[in-house]
Design a protein around this ligand. Structure first.
Ligand code: ADP
Ligand code: ASP
Ligand code: MG
Length: 415
């Protein structure tokens, strides 16, 4: 008997009727002859609501208590889904992160999973249960409840699939699969039948929030075949995400995404001496603050400027740290920014792609504030108000709206 891990996001379990719909999809997989573990998110916008609630109590909620609060959202949905499955005549049991043994680092609000105990999962599967696991949460070795970061239930599902050596992990959501960009921004965009882990990872990292980046990282690391598919159209197989070997790439750009969750910080008049950047970024790293794009200007009169971006959620903490670290110099913040990126394995060694991207933005009169590149990605920081126009322009530029030509070709494996 194979093992399939399924994951259903917040919109898929938003109300009792949808929970019953999910129960049907889960039971169908069980009736296909598989053992099924199903991971669920909190219902609808519960997590947003809980965050708002905390902010109404205090401006600066303690991160341990935030995790305690946010983890309750998923606990509600696992119990309700287990009840729905039972009411449809099948054995089911719900488990929270602690009960499973989803062990994480000792970091609140963005912990990484370090281990998943499989003994209880195996035992309950052997007894014929469908297991319903709370996504997004874990527990530290000392028993503290942690969460994995917004959207983290995807990572819970893939990590459980890896730990159980499952045949496949299916991420059910409110769209039919992975598209070349967010279908809510470009409605006639092409759905991708198959995409490589590498491209999907970059797309997720640069803002395609259909998958939590760490879920793709984990799938790639443990070779878990991943599908993104619709909870509302179970017949559509969605998008398969697998290793790149059996794909022939013939479009340079596979996708476009925008990340509007970052803020830019500019520090001017810094001393141009060795160690300035090391100290600044060292202090941020010590506090688990990830920095994304960085630009340092040419020094003038022994002074220079550094601009960088961090996640908006980390802004307050970043400013506290910088105010301690920066002895001379002025700190400015810019919240109205978006990072627009193109991603594609086919852009390796094709220098013209960057120029095409910049030209296409210039033609729309969109100013570029910062640029960063990797082998398969180019990102431009623009004003937030230009993000959607930039995405539309880039989809046209790189021919991502046409239905006829896929970014990759290859026989779809029978997974
Ligand atoms: P869930 O609650 O199921 O986890 P999410 O809201 O996290 O769902 O992710 C699904 C959403 O991701 C879609 O509704 C879509 O608007 C958005 N999205 C962004 N980029 C893409 C993309 N390239 N392909 C598909 N969906 C995308
Ligand atoms: N409920 C969490 C969130 O809204 C985790 C998830 O949905 O994946 O971010
Ligand atoms: Mg999600």
């Amino acid at each position: 008997m194979g093992i399939i891990v399924q994951k259903f996001g917040g919109t898929s379990v938003a109300d009792p009727a949808k929970i019953h719909n999910v129960a049907k999809a889960v039971i169908k997989e069980k009736q296909n002859g598989n053992n099924v573990v199903v991971v669920v998110s909190a219902m609808g916008h519960t997590t947003d609501y809980l965050i708002k609630l905390a902010k109404e109590v205090t401006n600066n909620p303690d991160s341990r208590e935030m995790d305690m609060l946010l983890s309750t959202g998923e606990q509600v949905s696992i119990a309700l889904l287990a009840m729905a499955i039972q009411s449809q005549g099948h054995k089911a049991i719900s488990m929270n992160g602690q009960q499973v043994g989803i062990i994480t680092e000792n970091i609140h609000s963005k912990a990484r999973i370090v281990d998943i105990k499989t003994e209880k999962l195996q035992k309950y599967l052997n007894e014929g249960n469908i297991i319903v696991v709370a996504g997004f949460q874990g527990v530290t070795p000392t028993g503290e409840i942690t969460t994995l970061g917004r959207g983290g239930s995807d990572t819970s599902a893939v990590a459980i699939a890896a730990a159980l050596k499952a045949d496949r992990c299916d991420i059910y959501t409110d769209v039919e699969g992975v598209y070349a960009t967010d279908p809510r921004i470009v409605p006639n965009i092409k759905k991708t039948d198959m995409i490589s882990y590498e491209e999907m990872l970059e797309l997720a990292r640069v803002g395609a929030n259909v998958l939590h980046p760490r879920s793709v990282e984990t799938a790639k690391q443990f070779n878990v075949p991943l599908r993104v598919r619709s909870s509302f159209n179970l017949d559509n197989l969605g998008t398969l995400i697998i290793g790149v070997d059996n794909m022939e790439i013939y479009k340079p750009v596979a996708g476009v995404a925008a990340d509007t969750s970052q803020v830019r910080i500019l520090i001017s008049n810094l001393p141009d001496i060795p160690g300035t950047a090391a100290e600044l970024f060292g202090a941020l790293a010590k506090n688990n603050i990830s920095v994304d794009m960085i630009i340092q200007s040419l020094a003038v009169n022994g002074k220079n400027s550094i601009a960088f971006t961090v996640n908006a959620d980390d802004l307050d903490e970043t400013l506290i740290i910088l105010n301690n670290e920066v002895k001379s110099g002025e700190i400015l913040t810019d919240k109205d920014i978006a990072k627009v990126s193109i991603v594609g394995a086919g852009m390796v060694d094709r220098p013209g792609i960057a120029a095409d991207m910049f030209r296409s933005l210039a033609d729309k009169n969109i100013n570029i504030k910062m640029i960063s590149t990797s082998e398969i990605k180019i990102s431009c920081l623009v004003d937030k108000q230009n993000a959607n126009d930039a995405i539309k322009a880039l989809c046209k530029e790189f021919d991502l709206e046409s239905k006829e030509i896929a970014a990759v070709k290859g026989d779809l494996p029978n997974l």
